[in-house]
Design a protein. Sequence first.
Length: 343
Amino acid sequence: MNRCVVVAVVESSQVGEARRLAATFAEDAGLGGTQAGRLALIVTELSNNLVRHATGGQIVLQVRHENGRGGVEVLALDTGPGIHDISRALGDGYSTGGTAGEGLGAVSRMSEDFDVYSVPGQGTALLARVWDTTVSAAKAPPGEFLIGAVCLPIAQETECGDAWAAERQPRRMLLALVDGLGHGPLAAAAAREAIRIFRGNPARTPGQMVEAAHAALRPTVGAVMGVAEIRTDLGELRWAGVGNISGEIRTGETSAHLVSHNGTVGHQVRKVQEFVYPWQANSLLLLHSDGMATVRQWDRYTGLWGRDPSLVAGVMYRDYRRGKDDFTVVTSRQVVAPSAPSR
């Protein structure tokens, strides 16, 4: 799991708060002075954009650890007018108002990973990551799984009762999402225990993992839980879920909803059953807890599903958080090989 926090930025005085939090995240991720400075400029620029061009929004900061190195992920989310000409906004010499970073083009250049999704009249989501560049890490090869997530507690709590984890293996990826009953420390303890079981049993099937968690969570308040296993060699996704963890596979314009049985892991589980669904290289997996409302207008998001999974997770958080419970959405897709040039 990665540390995640959200900062509301609706006025200029809150820009400094976002920058100060980014500094603590940079330290947690092990970033050096140069990378920490770049991160500060990125967060300042994106925060100022929210105030000046979107009448406010949110900055989501997340510490990430992948391939032996740490980094900080930044999502800037708003429901403002959108960017009508993204190419121009990213071009050299185009400034969003004379801020320290001098425009989105500078943000893109200062980021190891950068992506933007904007729809006029609906808003903008921007993603930037800064990694510890003292540790070399190759770009993910075709077929490798990319994962994005937003996992945040309900407003009055400091501990999140939701938790998620992933295990990547050759030609196989496992992804678990857990929601401890209620919220606060007791829910968080139940979720952590379920994730401990998940991580300790990487060779088991999704159903076996849920059953093992059911036995381990008896002393806790219990949880709802879903585990997905994607096998790229078989072209399938195997799923086992108990309770109201929701899942969906998006492939082009089609979708398949993942089926879960009623119950509470650790207390009452009527049935643990595995379901198998087709999986394609261009599929996107989306899992979420009940802190996120059901998406009913997929046609609003043309072009989103092939973007960075973190950007997808950010848009889902922006548009579908209920605000009455802990919130988690986790998305994953494979890196697709570039198309061969035509002859």
